[in-house]
Design a protein around this ligand. Structure first.
Ligand code: S3P
Length: 172
């Protein structure tokens, strides 16, 4: 692929941004950068720990910093955290040299994929209610940011990656 723009996966928790991003990176022979992982590495603690010790606003600052860092690079595949669209500046930075691919899934699919995982502080209590509430608020933000939208219900990460690769051909 001649395309030098970054490929940036956005979407709600449990839509498969990380697994799909890894497949895409492998297929495209590009480096893979997961913003959440970069945050954890630099902070030296887990996401739940950052939320507990420093609060969500601090987490959002760290997230913006990593988004800016990733946006300065070229030719990478980036997977973002579900809240990346909460700040317009994050989206603007990532768009500058990136194609934003929005992965969607139904609340039921998201619930199923995230159940039992303790790593997401926003889904600790009443996860299904919270998924629906957060989705309602964020959906317009994801939609506005997206260059490409791909539904992932019932698809494997490999199938999702293949759809994305086809859709990216238009951008070459
Ligand atoms: C969040 C999503 C998480 C992580 C943090 C907050 C969110 O990433 O950044 O728990 O606000 O949607 P994933 O989308 O990779 O689960």
């Amino acid at each position: 692929m001649t395309l030098k723009k970054n490929i940036v996966l956005i979407g709600f928790m449990g839509t498969g941004k990380t697994v799909t991003g890894k497949v895409l990176a492998r297929r495209l022979k590009r480096p893979f950068v997961e913003l959440d992982r970069e945050i954890v590495k630099r902070a030296g603690k887990s996401i739940p720990q950052i939320f507990a010790d420093d609060g969500e606003p601090h987490f959002r600052k760290l997230e913006s910093r990593e988004a800016r860092r990733a946006a300065r690079r070229r030719g990478i595949v980036v997977s973002t955290g579900g809240g990346i669209v909460l700040k317009g500046a994050n989206v603007r930075a990532l768009r500058k040299n990136g194609i934003l691919v929005y992965l969607t899934a139904s609340p039921e699919t998201i619930f199923r994929r995230t159940a039992g995982n303790r790593g997401r502080p926003l889904l600790r209590e009443n996860p299904f209610q919270n998924i629906k509430k957060l989705l309602k608020f964020r959906r317009p933000l994801y939609r506005r940011a997206a260059d490409i939208t791909v539904g992932t219900n019932g698809l494997t990460d490999v199938q999702t990656a293949e759809i994305i690769l086809k859709r990216l051909k238009k951008w070459e």
